[in-house]
Structures are given as structure tokens and as C-alpha cells.
Design a protein around this ligand. Sequence first.
Ligand SMILES: *Cc1c(COP(=O)(O)O)cnc(C)c1O
Length: 452
Amino acid sequence: MILGSTLEQWYARFPLIRDLVALQQTTWFNPGVAPTAQALADVGLTAADVADASARLTRFASYLQRVFPETQSSGGIIDSDIMPLTRLQPLLSERYGQTLNGALWLKRDSHLPISGSIKARGGIYEVLKHAEDLALAAKLITLDDDYALLDSERARAFFGQYTIAVGSTGNLGMSIGIMGAALGFQVTVHMSADARQWKKDTLRAHGVTVVEYASDYSVAVAQGRQQAEADSGCHFVDDENSVNLFLGYSVAAERLKLQLAAANIRVDAQHPLFVYLPCGVGGAPGGVAFGLKLAFGDAVHCLFAEPTHSPCMLLGVYTGLHDQVSVQDFGIDNVTAADGLAVGRASGFVGKAMQRLLDGFYTVSDEELYSLLALMERSEGLCLEPSALAGVPGIARVLAEQQGYLARLGLDCQAMANATHLVWATGGNRVPNDEMQAYLAKGRELLAQPQA
Ligand SMILES: *Cc1c(COP(=O)(O)O)cnc(C)c1O
């Protein structure tokens, strides 16, 4: 019995669960998607909240520029560029046996400064928000000060009285740990069993306390939460529920809008934008998608991508049970090479807030992630971590639905020829070379095999 029903009863009500349990690559287009103007109200946050987050990041820009010289070229703003995937696109057409029209682009959050993953948006934002709240309350700074003055022994001693705790599969811990430690906070990162050794080593080298667990992400998060409850000076970064993380991610969209305009890419009803976002617990893709819907309205179509072994958001939204259900409930093991995506239970906050704003969800096998990793390197010379490739198959999944999903949107072949498909690459730049070579070797081996 699973939550009071037999597996057969589940299959009868939710036929797609059968494919998820069989670990088959699956695509689900969300029939519950609603007009943006209506569905935005579900989120409980507004454009003003995103603008407030953006202004806060701007206040910290002088500090970030000083402490992380790699952000100097962007004036202390943490952002990544976009690039066309003109060499990869024909290889994908060949791989999927489909003509993939439209323009395929990549958002390189894999190369974000400071921590080399999308977590440099939400994770760093939440630490800065917490630091600002404390510093303003203690009159260490005012809103009009140059925040570069937080790069001082006095400020570090002040923040050193406080602790930050977080549970993570790796990348969130990296962002919180590196940023928190630079400000002077005592940071403890509770790491799940799947976290890579090099991430733990990096954090320890930054003076972060790393606590390791033999179990998965949920347990690491629960332990972090427990530590924070026992200590009033401890701020817990709640990856499953944090509004601040979500807002940190959402700021990406307004900047993307400027980048697309600069590249002469139109986005409107007849020039749709499809965005493919790798999803773990949901905060990063959810926050980015929220920002995208505010920026582009009905012209943007967001799809979440998950590993076949961890389809938690698909399961939660599809069944409407959100965080009441986990992939493990159905015997799906939540074991995947996709760091950051190995999450068995999705954020209830994100699922409920975003379920009418997301066009679809799909799963990708680890073998496919590795193959695409090698194909990306071969064609574009770009090295990404496995999770970051989850967005790549999205274009083929969407274009295969000309009769169903695309017809429902009123997008014919002509409109789709004008479409832009944006793959959100979420990590990879900080992966050590030996580890990257191992990923590539695995991917090349899979590419050399005849496809099933
Ligand atoms: C964390 C992470 C994601 C997904 O973010 P969630 O907020 O967990 O959904 C995607 N890719 C990478 C590389 C990540 O580290």
C-alpha cells in the first residue's frame, strides 16, 4: 500500500506513474496551465518583491567586486551570458531523429562566478539578505552606505557571532558556505551521501564545517533544520521552503530579457520562448520561471527536467499531492549522477505556487545526461556537469507534440520556426578536471554504442 492505495489503484488514476516507476524517460504536458495573469496570483509574491531582491543585489555589488575579483568584469553583479548552440542543434536533430527547427540557445549559469552553479543566484542572495538584515539592525551599515565597508575585520567579527546552517546535495552548500564564510559567518553544511568529495574539500578549505550523512538530501535538510532550532543565533537556509532563495533566482529573468534583446531575439506570441530548467527540490527552476513569467507573460513556456531516478516535481504536480508524496514511496531509488537533482520529495511551496505557470515536466536518464555531456563538449567545446544537460532534450520533447500540446497553444510549424529554445545550464565550471575527464569518458563511451 502507498498512501492508502495499491500500486494498481495508483496506476489506474495516474497512468504516467507506471512509466516513472519503470524509470522510462517520460514527458508530461500540464493540462492545468493557466493564463499567466491569473496564475501569478498563486505565487504570493509580486514584481515588487523581485525588484526589491534585485536592488539588494545591486547594493552588495561593490562588496562582491572587492571580495570576489572574478565579479569585477560584471560590476559585482552575479550573472552569466547566453550563447547559441548552432553546432549542437544539428547533432540533436540526428540523435532524436527529428528536425529541430527554431533557435537553440544556452544560458550559462554553469559559469556563474563564485560557485559555478545556479545556486550562486539563490544561495548567495539569501546569505546577503540575512547579512543585511543583521547589519542594518545593529546599525553596522545604512541602506545608503557603500557595502564595500563590510569587507572589514569589524564586520567579520560581527557576523562571526552568528551561524548559518544548510542541508545540501553539494551545490547549495558551496554557495552558502563560500559566501557565508567570506562575510565572517560560522557556516555548517549538512551534506547528503551523494555529495562529491571535492565539494566537501573546497568548503573545508574555506573554513566551513561540513557534516556528512550516509542518507539522502531530505535527511541532510532535516538535520540542518534541527541544528538551527536549537540555536537562536543560527539561520537555517530552508531549501524546501525559502522565499528568499526563490527571489534570488527570480532576478535572472529581467537580465535575460536584456540579453535576448541585445541578441535581437524577439519574444512575443508568434515568437515564443521555451525554457528548459533542471529541477531538484524546485527552488531554482521555480524562482527563475516565476521571474520569466513576470518578464514575458504568456510568450514564455517553462518546462522542468528531472532525472528518471528522481522525478519528484513531476510526481508531486501530476498527482496534486506535492510534498505529501516522494519518489521513494513508489520504490524509485533517487540515485542519480545528476548532483543537485537527487531529490525525492519536491518543495511543496514551489509546486503549489508554480503548478499553473509551468507548461510541462519531463525526465531524462543518466545515460542520456552523460551522452549529451560528451556531445556538448564535442560540438560546442563546453564542459558541463551531468545535471546541467537535463534541459537539452527539451526541444525535441516539445517539437514532438505538434498535434497535442503545441496545437493547444495555437503554435503551428510557422510559429515554431520563429521560436527560441533556451537550455538553462545549471553547473559545471567548478568541477575538477579529473572528475570532468571521467564524465567525458563515460559519455563518449555511451555515444559510441548503438542507440537503443
Ligand atoms: C540545485 C541544482 C539544480 C536544481 O535546483 P533546485 O532548487 O534544487 O530545484 C539544478 N542543477 C544544479 C547543477 C543544481 O545544483
